[in-house]
Design a protein around this ligand. Structure first.
Ligand code: ARG
Length: 477
């Protein structure tokens, strides 16, 4: 039997708007449905649509400046993209998962709306430089929101600190009572951590501030696009200097994920402190009912679920960082589809951090601090033993000897079942003749606090200065 000659493809009717995939020309059969489902990213990358459209509008302008599009073509594409934007904003956009991702969905819709000229938009561009651009534009917005969210948490902590500059609290090392501090000092510790976090996100933004568009698929676009002008158009300070790097680099995501992991760790520690303080054993804080839950079986329970989940969310923030690091490891240059796996961890960290930053300010603002219990606890368990040793130092004893003397005092008091404050002057003098009547005033909680007046110390005056500094830092944009 004579073999039937294949029908030449050019014999097919030409259509302004292609059906099927953009690469259908090269393929003799369609995608397996399982493969299509497997490769689709539309379900999660659709959130990039505003940035994809902004990037395409700028690309059309750049193509016109390069003489690739006429002004009329640029304007037709611009109007079409605005129409697509309108549909996406209104929720009427016809998403088609078989078109894989948000880029091809938007481009196809543009072609449907404006006809043949829509097919000119992708000239000299690749989804490889397109996605790198979309992510950087989205990240810029995320970083602004993250900074605002961190500042709101800081502002709440600063406000609570302003109320508690004179509220003594036991300070701990090894989770053992160590020395008295004031509550404001503890709260401000977190403000300074979060300030470093803001700095990390700022640094991430500064390095991400380069335009990848124009890298094309990997080798650079073959049309005379003025990338510097395009960068200015899109608000970037610089252009990426290497097209291979531009399409395979995800450092900007890693830096965001790393900063988010560190911030999550800080907030996890804050949440851990609060859950510990809310136990009956500590009793230093009570959560508002609005930020607690009960038990389905134990009627008496009030659980700090919100704080626990803030603590728990740090796990996903770490996991997302490690996921993207692992995806990137060993990838040959330049673009590989593995890179599509960057999005879900990235978006999950964005959403997780945003949720944590949203719930913390009202939760922190509604805490009730049990300052009476804190003050009592601050003086117990030999909290001012170091101050007794410091007292002896001021009376001329070398610190190591003073430490040994006070160690013996503590041993004696423990054997007698007494606290430091219960010991009489005559009892104390048995350990050192340098101890005088002024000792009692030297080893109170307030004296202990006042003594730590160095910059960064817990003396209320020092804390007031730190509070002013924190206020200034938080106010800084
Ligand atoms: N959806 C893709 C991604 O997220 C866009 C780039 C696809 N490029 C490609 N050659 N398949 O990375």
């Amino acid at each position: 039997m004579k073999k039937k000659a294949p029908r030449p493809r050019s014999a097919k009717p030409r259509r302004a708007v292609p059906a099927g995939k953009p690469w259908a020309g090269r393929f003799t059969r369609g995608a397996d449905p399982a493969a299509e489902r497997f490769t689709a990213s539309l379900a999660f990358d659709r959130r990039l649509w505003p940035h994809d459209i902004a990037g395409s509008l700028a690309w059309a302008r750049a193509l016109a400046r390069a003489g690739v599009l006429t002004a009329a073509e640029r304007d037709a594409i611009g109007r079409g993209l605005e129409a697509v934007r309108g549909e996406l904003a209104a929720g009427t956009f016809p998403f088609r998962p078989e078109l894989e991702d948000i880029h091809m969905n938007i481009e196809r819709r543009l072609q449907e709306i404006v006809g043949e000229v829509g097919g000119k938009l992708h000239t000299g561009r690749s989804r490889n430089d397109q996605i790198a651009l979309d992510e950087r534009l989205y990240l810029r917005e995320v970083l602004a929101r993250t900074d605002a969210g961190l500042r709101r948490v800081e502002e709440t902590l600063v406000a609570r600190a302003a109320e508690t500059v004179d509220a003594p609290l036991p300070g701990y090392t090894h989770l053992q009572r160590a020395q008295p501090i004031v509550l404001a000092h503890h709260l401000l510790a977190y403000v300074f951590m979060l300030e470093r976090d803001r700095g990390r996100f700022r640094d991430c933004g500064a390095r991400a501030d380069a335009l990848p568009l124009g890298a094309g698929a990997l080798a650079g676009t073959a049309f005379p696009v003025d990338r510097e002008a395009l960068a200015r158009d899109l608000g970037f300070r610089a252009v990426t200097p290497n097209s291979l790097d531009a399409v395979s680099d995800r450092d900007y995501l890693l830096e965001f994920l790393a900063a988010a992991a560190v911030a999550g760790m800080h907030l996890s520690r804050l949440a851990a402190d609060l859950t510990l303080w809310a136990t009956a054993e500590f009793g230093f804080v009570e959560f508002s009912d609005a930020f607690a839950t009960g038990s389905s079986i134990m009627p008496q329970k009030k659980n700090p679920d919100v704080a626990e989940l803030v603590r728990g969310k740090s796990g996903r923030l770490y996991g997302n960082l490690v996921a993207v690091l692992t995806t990137l490891k060993g990838l040959p240059l330049a673009y590989n589809s593995d890179l599509q796996e960057d999005k879900e961890p990235f978006f999950d960290s964005v959403d997780t951090l945003e949720a944590v930053l949203a719930v913390l300010p009202p939760m922190l603002a509604s805490l009730t601090f049990r300052t009476d219990r804190m003050r009592r606890a601050a003086g117990e368990h030999f909290a001012t033993a170091t101050d007794l040793a410091d007292y002896l130092v001021r009376k001329g004893l070398p610190f190591r000897e003073a430490h040994a003397v006070v160690g013996r005092v503590v041993r004696y008091a423990l054997d007698e079942g007494k606290g430091l404050e219960d010991l009489g002057l005559d009892e104390l003098r048995r350990f050192s003749p340098r101890i005088d009547g002024d000792v009692k005033d030297a080893i109170t909680v307030d004296a202990s606090l006042r003594a730590r007046a160095v910059t960064g110390g817990t003396a209320p005056d020092a804390v007031r200065r730190a509070l002013a500094l924190a206020r200034a830092l938080v106010a800084r944009a």
